[in-house]
Design a protein around this ligand. Structure first.
Ligand SMILES: *[C@@H]1O[C@H](CO)[C@@H](O)[C@H](O)[C@H]1NC(C)=O
Length: 150
């Protein structure tokens, strides 16, 4: 009985996978070593689903078009390429590829954060913790002083 159930379930699962033709995008990400002035390129590749597909790219929810150093090229029916010729601080953001066909849609995102900015953020954090630590030291010193006075 249990075996039969398992077989039916497996069959259902396999047929569901075989016939579901909504797109599925493979995960993509930007290289970690990107710095200002470098070239960024990511590929939105469909790993499952039936064409025709419609591709759209977004940066932080704003639709991206082929302009201002950004180029979007369809490589083949299943692949769209996004290239930023020279990344700058304002290239930083969350890039999303959205794909749809008659059966459904999928989207995947990748965050672009150039090295210079990561460095800046890290330094700002260090400064903050340094300030915090020195405030602590002053407070501890004050407590010690008042204890000695007693
Ligand atoms: C990037 O954008 C997508 C789609 O709007 C969202 O689901 C995701 O959480 C965002 N990622 C980050 C790190 O903000």
């Amino acid at each position: 009985m249990t075996m039969t159930c398992l077989k039916v379930f497996t069959l259902l699962l396999v047929s569901r996978l075989a016939y579901s033709d909504a797109p599925q995008i493979g995960a993509f990400s930007f290289p970690k070593e990107l710095d200002a002035g470098m070239r960024a390129s990511v590929q939105c590749a469909i790993i499952r689903g039936n064409p025709p597909f419609k591709f759209s790219w977004f940066k932080d929810e704003h639709k991206l078009t082929d302009a201002r150093g950004v180029s979007i090229r369809k490589f083949d029916e299943f692949t769209s390429n996004l290239v930023i010729a020279r990344v700058e601080a304002d290239s930083n953001g969350n890039y999303t590829c959205q794909v749809s066909n008659s059966a459904g849609f999928d989207q995947k995102s990748a965050v672009l954060l150039i090295k210079g900015i990561q460095f800046l953020l890290r330094n700002r954090l260090k400064t903050k913790s340094a300030v915090f630590l020195s405030i602590c030291k002053v407070k501890i010193a004050n407590v010690k002083n008042s204890q000695q006075e007693k």
